[in-house]
Design a protein around this ligand. Structure first.
Ligand code: FDA
Length: 402
Protein backbone atom coordinates (compact mmCIF):
# COMPACT_ATOMS: atom_id res chain seq x y z
CA UNK A 1 0.00 0.00 0.00
CA UNK A 2 1.32 3.42 -0.92
CA UNK A 3 1.11 5.69 2.14
CA UNK A 4 -1.43 8.49 1.79
CA UNK A 5 -1.28 11.97 3.34
CA UNK A 6 -3.42 15.07 3.13
CA UNK A 7 -0.29 17.18 2.81
CA UNK A 8 3.35 16.54 1.91
CA UNK A 9 5.66 19.37 2.94
CA UNK A 10 9.06 19.26 1.23
CA UNK A 11 11.77 21.06 3.22
CA UNK A 12 11.89 20.91 7.04
CA UNK A 13 13.43 24.34 7.61
CA UNK A 14 11.79 27.39 9.15
CA UNK A 15 8.78 27.63 6.82
CA UNK A 16 8.34 23.86 6.36
CA UNK A 17 8.21 23.00 10.07
CA UNK A 18 5.89 25.93 10.73
CA UNK A 19 3.48 24.92 7.95
CA UNK A 20 3.57 21.21 8.87
CA UNK A 21 2.89 21.88 12.56
CA UNK A 22 -0.09 24.20 11.94
CA UNK A 23 -1.59 21.87 9.31
CA UNK A 24 -1.06 18.84 11.58
CA UNK A 25 -2.67 20.61 14.53
CA UNK A 26 -5.67 21.36 12.30
CA UNK A 27 -6.12 17.60 12.03
CA UNK A 28 -4.56 17.02 8.62
CA UNK A 29 -2.31 14.02 8.00
CA UNK A 30 1.03 15.63 7.20
CA UNK A 31 4.38 14.24 6.10
CA UNK A 32 7.48 16.42 6.32
CA UNK A 33 10.35 15.49 3.99
CA UNK A 34 13.93 16.81 4.03
CA UNK A 35 17.07 15.56 2.34
CA UNK A 36 19.41 16.83 5.07
CA UNK A 37 21.02 14.66 7.76
CA UNK A 38 20.69 17.40 10.38
CA UNK A 39 17.51 19.32 11.07
CA UNK A 40 17.16 23.03 10.22
CA UNK A 41 20.81 23.93 9.88
CA UNK A 42 19.99 27.47 8.76
CA UNK A 43 18.04 28.18 11.91
CA UNK A 44 20.93 26.72 13.89
CA UNK A 45 23.58 29.04 12.41
CA UNK A 46 21.29 32.07 12.15
CA UNK A 47 21.92 35.22 14.15
CA UNK A 48 25.41 34.03 15.05
CA UNK A 49 23.88 30.93 16.74
CA UNK A 50 21.20 32.91 18.59
CA UNK A 51 18.56 33.14 15.81
CA UNK A 52 17.22 36.62 15.15
CA UNK A 53 13.78 35.02 14.88
CA UNK A 54 11.68 38.11 14.11
CA UNK A 55 11.61 41.88 13.97
CA UNK A 56 8.93 43.70 15.93
CA UNK A 57 8.88 46.50 13.34
CA UNK A 58 8.10 44.20 10.39
CA UNK A 59 6.15 45.86 7.60
CA UNK A 60 5.84 45.18 3.86
CA UNK A 61 8.39 47.97 3.23
CA UNK A 62 11.10 45.72 4.69
CA UNK A 63 10.83 43.30 1.77
CA UNK A 64 11.95 43.25 -1.87
CA UNK A 65 9.81 41.64 -4.54
CA UNK A 66 8.82 42.30 -8.13
CA UNK A 67 5.33 42.55 -6.64
CA UNK A 68 5.83 44.53 -3.39
CA UNK A 69 2.20 44.22 -2.23
CA UNK A 70 2.15 40.42 -2.37
CA UNK A 71 3.51 39.92 1.16
CA UNK A 72 0.95 42.23 2.85
CA UNK A 73 -1.80 39.72 3.48
CA UNK A 74 0.42 36.97 4.92
CA UNK A 75 2.38 39.40 7.10
CA UNK A 76 -0.86 40.84 8.48
CA UNK A 77 -2.24 37.36 9.14
CA UNK A 78 0.71 36.19 11.22
CA UNK A 79 2.60 38.96 12.99
CA UNK A 80 5.85 39.09 15.01
CA UNK A 81 3.63 39.15 18.14
CA UNK A 82 2.08 35.82 17.08
CA UNK A 83 5.51 34.19 16.83
CA UNK A 84 6.57 35.86 20.07
CA UNK A 85 3.57 34.32 21.83
CA UNK A 86 4.82 30.89 20.74
CA UNK A 87 8.32 31.72 21.98
CA UNK A 88 6.86 32.85 25.34
CA UNK A 89 4.70 29.70 25.60
CA UNK A 90 7.92 27.66 25.37
CA UNK A 91 9.61 29.95 27.91
CA UNK A 92 12.44 30.72 25.53
CA UNK A 93 14.41 33.71 26.77
CA UNK A 94 14.92 36.48 24.23
CA UNK A 95 16.21 40.03 23.97
CA UNK A 96 16.08 42.94 21.56
CA UNK A 97 19.49 43.66 20.15
CA UNK A 98 19.02 46.48 17.66
CA UNK A 99 16.12 48.12 15.85
CA UNK A 100 13.39 45.63 16.83
CA UNK A 101 15.56 42.55 16.18
CA UNK A 102 14.70 39.75 18.63
CA UNK A 103 17.32 37.11 19.43
CA UNK A 104 17.31 34.04 21.69
CA UNK A 105 19.17 34.62 24.95
CA UNK A 106 20.60 31.14 24.74
CA UNK A 107 20.81 29.30 21.44
CA UNK A 108 18.97 28.88 18.13
CA UNK A 109 18.52 25.25 19.12
CA UNK A 110 15.59 26.27 21.33
CA UNK A 111 13.67 27.56 18.26
CA UNK A 112 14.37 24.30 16.41
CA UNK A 113 13.17 22.25 19.38
CA UNK A 114 10.07 24.43 19.73
CA UNK A 115 9.13 23.83 16.08
CA UNK A 116 9.88 20.12 16.38
CA UNK A 117 7.63 19.97 19.44
CA UNK A 118 4.87 21.81 17.56
CA UNK A 119 5.17 19.21 14.76
CA UNK A 120 4.89 16.45 17.35
CA UNK A 121 1.67 18.05 18.66
CA UNK A 122 0.35 17.91 15.10
CA UNK A 123 1.41 14.23 14.76
CA UNK A 124 3.49 15.09 11.71
CA UNK A 125 5.25 12.10 10.07
CA UNK A 126 8.90 12.58 9.15
CA UNK A 127 10.96 11.36 6.20
CA UNK A 128 14.53 12.48 6.79
CA UNK A 129 17.06 12.20 5.25
CA UNK A 130 14.93 11.61 2.19
CA UNK A 131 15.16 13.09 -1.29
CA UNK A 132 12.27 13.56 -3.67
CA UNK A 133 13.01 12.27 -7.15
CA UNK A 134 9.77 13.38 -8.81
CA UNK A 135 6.37 14.90 -8.16
CA UNK A 136 3.61 13.77 -10.50
CA UNK A 137 -0.06 14.67 -10.69
CA UNK A 138 -2.76 12.08 -10.04
CA UNK A 139 -6.53 12.39 -10.29
CA UNK A 140 -6.70 13.00 -6.55
CA UNK A 141 -3.57 15.03 -5.99
CA UNK A 142 0.11 14.14 -6.29
CA UNK A 143 2.41 11.12 -6.22
CA UNK A 144 5.92 11.65 -4.85
CA UNK A 145 8.76 9.27 -5.71
CA UNK A 146 11.30 9.52 -2.90
CA UNK A 147 14.43 7.72 -1.74
CA UNK A 148 12.14 6.09 0.90
CA UNK A 149 9.54 4.94 -1.62
CA UNK A 150 6.38 6.38 -3.12
CA UNK A 151 3.72 8.34 -1.31
CA UNK A 152 0.48 10.02 -2.28
CA UNK A 153 -0.63 13.43 -1.08
CA UNK A 154 -3.65 15.56 -1.82
CA UNK A 155 -1.59 18.74 -1.57
CA UNK A 156 2.13 19.50 -1.75
CA UNK A 157 3.94 22.41 -0.08
CA UNK A 158 7.38 23.34 -1.38
CA UNK A 159 9.44 24.84 1.46
CA UNK A 160 12.96 24.08 0.28
CA UNK A 161 14.27 27.64 0.70
CA UNK A 162 16.85 29.36 -1.48
CA UNK A 163 20.37 28.69 -2.69
CA UNK A 164 22.36 30.59 -0.04
CA UNK A 165 25.07 28.53 1.71
CA UNK A 166 25.05 25.48 -0.59
CA UNK A 167 27.53 23.83 1.80
CA UNK A 168 24.49 23.34 4.13
CA UNK A 169 22.51 21.48 1.47
CA UNK A 170 20.63 24.45 -0.03
CA UNK A 171 19.32 23.80 -3.52
CA UNK A 172 17.36 25.38 -6.37
CA UNK A 173 14.79 22.59 -5.95
CA UNK A 174 11.82 24.96 -5.49
CA UNK A 175 12.69 26.78 -8.71
CA UNK A 176 12.99 23.49 -10.59
CA UNK A 177 9.59 22.33 -9.33
CA UNK A 178 8.05 25.69 -10.29
CA UNK A 179 9.47 25.51 -13.82
CA UNK A 180 8.42 21.86 -14.12
CA UNK A 181 4.82 22.90 -13.46
CA UNK A 182 5.05 25.82 -15.90
CA UNK A 183 5.34 28.60 -13.28
CA UNK A 184 7.54 31.64 -13.88
CA UNK A 185 10.58 32.30 -11.75
CA UNK A 186 12.18 35.68 -11.04
CA UNK A 187 15.90 35.31 -11.77
CA UNK A 188 17.55 34.48 -8.42
CA UNK A 189 20.60 36.34 -7.02
CA UNK A 190 22.65 36.12 -3.84
CA UNK A 191 21.38 38.80 -1.42
CA UNK A 192 22.44 40.06 2.01
CA UNK A 193 25.93 39.35 0.76
CA UNK A 194 29.36 41.07 0.95
CA UNK A 195 30.35 43.17 -2.09
CA UNK A 196 33.66 42.55 -3.83
CA UNK A 197 35.93 44.83 -5.87
CA UNK A 198 38.49 44.43 -8.58
CA UNK A 199 41.68 43.09 -6.96
CA UNK A 200 43.93 45.97 -8.12
CA UNK A 201 41.45 48.71 -7.19
CA UNK A 202 40.93 47.18 -3.78
CA UNK A 203 44.58 46.51 -2.91
CA UNK A 204 45.13 49.79 -1.00
CA UNK A 205 41.96 49.22 1.05
CA UNK A 206 42.65 45.59 1.86
CA UNK A 207 45.10 46.85 4.50
CA UNK A 208 42.02 48.20 6.30
CA UNK A 209 40.55 44.73 6.72
CA UNK A 210 38.79 44.57 10.10
CA UNK A 211 38.03 48.31 10.35
CA UNK A 212 34.33 48.92 11.04
CA UNK A 213 32.35 52.15 11.31
CA UNK A 214 28.78 53.41 11.05
CA UNK A 215 27.95 54.82 7.62
CA UNK A 216 24.99 55.62 5.43
CA UNK A 217 25.20 53.48 2.33
CA UNK A 218 22.92 54.03 -0.63
CA UNK A 219 22.28 52.99 -4.20
CA UNK A 220 19.93 54.19 -6.95
CA UNK A 221 18.67 57.68 -7.71
CA UNK A 222 15.47 59.64 -7.00
CA UNK A 223 12.53 57.45 -6.03
CA UNK A 224 14.66 54.35 -6.63
CA UNK A 225 17.22 55.49 -4.05
CA UNK A 226 17.58 53.12 -1.11
CA UNK A 227 19.73 53.97 1.91
CA UNK A 228 20.69 52.25 5.15
CA UNK A 229 22.32 53.68 8.26
CA UNK A 230 24.32 50.71 9.53
CA UNK A 231 27.87 49.52 10.15
CA UNK A 232 30.31 48.88 7.32
CA UNK A 233 33.24 46.48 7.60
CA UNK A 234 36.38 46.51 5.42
CA UNK A 235 37.50 43.02 4.36
CA UNK A 236 40.40 41.68 2.27
CA UNK A 237 38.22 41.39 -0.83
CA UNK A 238 35.80 44.27 -0.38
CA UNK A 239 33.10 45.50 1.96
CA UNK A 240 30.82 43.69 4.38
CA UNK A 241 28.94 44.46 7.60
CA UNK A 242 25.19 45.03 8.05
CA UNK A 243 25.03 48.21 5.91
CA UNK A 244 26.67 46.51 2.94
CA UNK A 245 24.59 43.32 3.31
CA UNK A 246 21.44 45.46 3.29
CA UNK A 247 22.41 47.47 0.22
CA UNK A 248 23.62 44.35 -1.65
CA UNK A 249 19.98 43.25 -2.04
CA UNK A 250 19.25 46.45 -3.98
CA UNK A 251 22.57 46.77 -5.85
CA UNK A 252 22.52 46.00 -9.58
CA UNK A 253 25.71 44.82 -11.33
CA UNK A 254 27.46 47.75 -13.03
CA UNK A 255 25.92 50.30 -10.62
CA UNK A 256 27.84 52.30 -8.02
CA UNK A 257 27.11 52.52 -4.34
CA UNK A 258 27.56 55.71 -2.34
CA UNK A 259 28.99 55.63 1.16
CA UNK A 260 28.61 58.57 3.53
CA UNK A 261 31.44 57.97 5.99
CA UNK A 262 30.16 60.67 8.34
CA UNK A 263 26.36 60.46 8.27
CA UNK A 264 24.60 63.53 9.56
CA UNK A 265 27.77 65.64 9.53
CA UNK A 266 28.71 68.24 6.91
CA UNK A 267 32.44 67.57 6.88
CA UNK A 268 33.32 70.33 4.38
CA UNK A 269 31.59 72.92 6.59
CA UNK A 270 33.22 71.53 9.75
CA UNK A 271 36.68 71.74 8.17
CA UNK A 272 36.04 75.29 6.93
CA UNK A 273 34.87 76.31 10.42
CA UNK A 274 38.00 74.82 11.99
CA UNK A 275 40.45 76.16 9.40
CA UNK A 276 41.40 79.66 10.63
CA UNK A 277 44.85 79.47 12.30
CA UNK A 278 44.65 75.67 12.64
CA UNK A 279 48.20 74.25 12.48
CA UNK A 280 47.11 70.58 12.80
CA UNK A 281 47.56 68.27 9.84
CA UNK A 282 44.35 67.30 8.04
CA UNK A 283 44.94 63.66 8.97
CA UNK A 284 45.08 64.58 12.68
CA UNK A 285 41.85 66.59 12.49
CA UNK A 286 40.01 63.77 10.74
CA UNK A 287 41.39 61.18 13.17
CA UNK A 288 39.09 62.63 15.82
CA UNK A 289 36.25 61.10 13.75
CA UNK A 290 37.67 57.73 12.60
CA UNK A 291 40.57 55.36 13.27
CA UNK A 292 43.80 57.06 12.08
CA UNK A 293 44.66 53.99 9.95
CA UNK A 294 41.45 54.50 7.97
CA UNK A 295 41.98 58.24 7.51
CA UNK A 296 45.59 57.88 6.35
CA UNK A 297 44.90 55.07 3.91
CA UNK A 298 41.78 56.63 2.62
CA UNK A 299 43.23 60.14 1.99
CA UNK A 300 46.26 58.56 0.26
CA UNK A 301 44.07 56.46 -2.00
CA UNK A 302 41.45 58.98 -3.12
CA UNK A 303 42.05 59.94 -6.73
CA UNK A 304 39.97 63.08 -6.26
CA UNK A 305 42.34 64.66 -3.71
CA UNK A 306 45.83 66.13 -4.20
CA UNK A 307 48.68 63.77 -3.19
CA UNK A 308 49.92 64.31 0.37
CA UNK A 309 46.86 66.36 1.36
CA UNK A 310 46.63 64.58 4.71
CA UNK A 311 50.03 65.85 5.85
CA UNK A 312 49.23 69.50 5.13
CA UNK A 313 48.10 71.89 7.86
CA UNK A 314 44.43 72.70 7.83
CA UNK A 315 45.10 76.46 7.73
CA UNK A 316 47.23 76.04 4.57
CA UNK A 317 44.65 74.11 2.58
CA UNK A 318 42.52 76.05 0.08
CA UNK A 319 38.76 76.06 0.76
CA UNK A 320 38.27 74.29 -2.57
CA UNK A 321 40.35 71.31 -1.37
CA UNK A 322 38.52 71.17 1.97
CA UNK A 323 35.21 71.08 0.09
CA UNK A 324 36.55 68.19 -2.01
CA UNK A 325 37.63 66.36 1.15
CA UNK A 326 34.12 66.84 2.55
CA UNK A 327 32.56 65.70 -0.69
CA UNK A 328 34.67 62.54 -0.81
CA UNK A 329 33.90 61.74 2.83
CA UNK A 330 30.14 62.43 2.69
CA UNK A 331 29.62 60.83 -0.74
CA UNK A 332 32.29 58.20 -1.46
CA UNK A 333 31.20 56.63 -4.75
CA UNK A 334 32.54 53.19 -5.57
CA UNK A 335 31.67 50.49 -8.06
CA UNK A 336 31.65 46.90 -6.82
CA UNK A 337 32.78 44.28 -9.32
CA UNK A 338 30.40 41.67 -7.88
CA UNK A 339 29.25 39.90 -4.74
CA UNK A 340 30.82 37.16 -2.65
CA UNK A 341 28.16 34.80 -4.06
CA UNK A 342 25.84 32.21 -2.58
CA UNK A 343 28.62 30.75 -0.42
CA UNK A 344 28.58 33.92 1.71
CA UNK A 345 25.03 35.17 1.12
CA UNK A 346 22.39 35.01 3.87
CA UNK A 347 19.54 34.67 1.41
CA UNK A 348 18.53 34.31 -2.23
CA UNK A 349 16.54 37.16 -3.79
CA UNK A 350 14.13 36.35 -6.61
CA UNK A 351 12.39 32.97 -6.67
CA UNK A 352 8.94 31.75 -7.62
CA UNK A 353 7.13 34.67 -9.27
CA UNK A 354 4.47 35.88 -6.82
CA UNK A 355 2.10 36.60 -9.73
CA UNK A 356 1.82 32.82 -10.05
CA UNK A 357 0.65 32.46 -6.43
CA UNK A 358 -2.46 33.35 -4.45
CA UNK A 359 -1.34 35.90 -1.83
CA UNK A 360 -3.72 34.57 0.82
CA UNK A 361 -2.79 30.89 0.53
CA UNK A 362 0.52 30.73 -1.43
CA UNK A 363 -1.16 28.22 -3.76
CA UNK A 364 -0.07 28.16 -7.41
CA UNK A 365 -2.95 29.58 -9.46
CA UNK A 366 -2.28 27.22 -12.38
CA UNK A 367 -1.66 24.12 -10.24
CA UNK A 368 -4.32 23.68 -7.55
CA UNK A 369 -2.91 21.82 -4.55
CA UNK A 370 0.69 23.01 -5.07
CA UNK A 371 1.99 25.66 -2.65
CA UNK A 372 5.30 27.56 -2.30
CA UNK A 373 6.37 29.23 0.97
CA UNK A 374 9.42 30.84 2.62
CA UNK A 375 12.54 31.95 0.84
CA UNK A 376 11.67 30.02 -2.32
CA UNK A 377 9.13 32.75 -3.11
CA UNK A 378 10.16 36.09 -4.62
CA UNK A 379 9.89 37.92 -1.30
CA UNK A 380 13.23 38.84 0.27
CA UNK A 381 13.53 40.52 3.64
CA UNK A 382 16.06 43.01 4.91
CA UNK A 383 18.66 41.90 7.42
CA UNK A 384 17.26 41.80 10.96
CA UNK A 385 14.77 38.97 11.48
CA UNK A 386 12.52 39.81 8.52
CA UNK A 387 13.33 36.66 6.55
CA UNK A 388 12.27 34.38 9.38
CA UNK A 389 9.12 36.47 9.87
CA UNK A 390 8.33 35.91 6.18
CA UNK A 391 8.99 32.18 6.60
CA UNK A 392 6.58 31.98 9.61
CA UNK A 393 3.92 34.22 8.01
CA UNK A 394 3.89 32.60 4.56
CA UNK A 395 3.81 29.16 6.23
CA UNK A 396 0.88 30.14 8.46
CA UNK A 397 -1.08 31.60 5.51
CA UNK A 398 -0.53 28.40 3.56
CA UNK A 399 -1.24 25.98 6.43
CA UNK A 400 -4.56 27.66 7.28
CA UNK A 401 -5.65 27.31 3.64
CA UNK A 402 -4.74 23.62 3.25
P1 FDA B 1 15.30 26.94 4.98
O1 FDA B 1 16.60 27.13 4.27
O2 FDA B 1 15.21 27.32 6.41
O3 FDA B 1 14.83 25.43 4.86
C1 FDA B 1 14.84 24.74 3.66
C2 FDA B 1 14.90 23.27 3.96
O4 FDA B 1 14.71 22.55 2.74
C3 FDA B 1 16.24 22.82 4.51
O5 FDA B 1 16.04 22.05 5.67
C4 FDA B 1 16.87 22.01 3.39
O6 FDA B 1 17.65 20.92 3.87
C5 FDA B 1 15.64 21.50 2.67
N1 FDA B 1 15.87 21.20 1.24
C6 FDA B 1 16.49 21.97 0.31
N2 FDA B 1 16.47 21.35 -0.88
C7 FDA B 1 15.81 20.18 -0.70
C8 FDA B 1 15.46 19.10 -1.56
N3 FDA B 1 15.80 19.12 -2.85
N4 FDA B 1 14.78 18.05 -1.05
C9 FDA B 1 14.44 18.02 0.28
N5 FDA B 1 14.75 19.00 1.13
C10 FDA B 1 15.42 20.07 0.65
N6 FDA B 1 17.04 35.23 8.74
C11 FDA B 1 16.51 35.91 9.79
O7 FDA B 1 15.36 36.33 9.72
N7 FDA B 1 17.26 36.10 10.93
C12 FDA B 1 18.55 35.64 11.05
O8 FDA B 1 19.17 35.75 12.12
C13 FDA B 1 19.12 34.98 9.93
N8 FDA B 1 20.42 34.58 9.97
C14 FDA B 1 20.94 33.90 8.89
C15 FDA B 1 22.29 33.52 8.93
C16 FDA B 1 22.83 32.83 7.86
C17 FDA B 1 24.30 32.47 7.88
C18 FDA B 1 22.01 32.47 6.76
C19 FDA B 1 22.56 31.68 5.61
C20 FDA B 1 20.69 32.87 6.71
C21 FDA B 1 20.14 33.60 7.77
N9 FDA B 1 18.82 34.05 7.74
C22 FDA B 1 18.31 34.75 8.81
C23 FDA B 1 17.92 33.71 6.63
C24 FDA B 1 17.01 32.54 7.03
O9 FDA B 1 17.81 31.48 7.54
C25 FDA B 1 16.20 32.03 5.83
O10 FDA B 1 15.59 33.12 5.17
C26 FDA B 1 15.15 31.04 6.30
O11 FDA B 1 15.77 29.92 6.90
C27 FDA B 1 14.30 30.60 5.12
O12 FDA B 1 13.40 29.61 5.57
P2 FDA B 1 12.91 28.46 4.58
O13 FDA B 1 12.14 27.54 5.43
O14 FDA B 1 12.29 29.07 3.39
O15 FDA B 1 14.24 27.76 4.10
Amino acid sequence: MIPFFDVAVIGAGAAGMMAASIAGQRGLRVVLIDHAEKLAEKIRISGGGRCNFTNTGTSPENFLSKNPHFCRSALAGYTPQDFLQLVRDYRIGFHEKHKGQLFCDDSSESIIQMLRQECLKGQVSWRMPCSVQSIGRTEQGFVLRTSQGELNALQVVIATGGMAIPQLGSTDYALRVARHFGLKVIEPHPALVPLTFDGRDWKPFSALSGVALEVEVSTGQGKQRQAFLEDLLFTHRGLSGPGILQISSYWQPGESICVDLAPGQDIAQQLLDLKAGNRQQLVTVLSTLWPRRLVEQWLDTSELLPKGVGQQRLADLPDRVLRSVGQVINAWALKPSGTAGYKKAEVMSGGVDTRELNQKSMEARKVPGLFFIGEAVDVTGWLGGYNFQWAWASAAACARAL
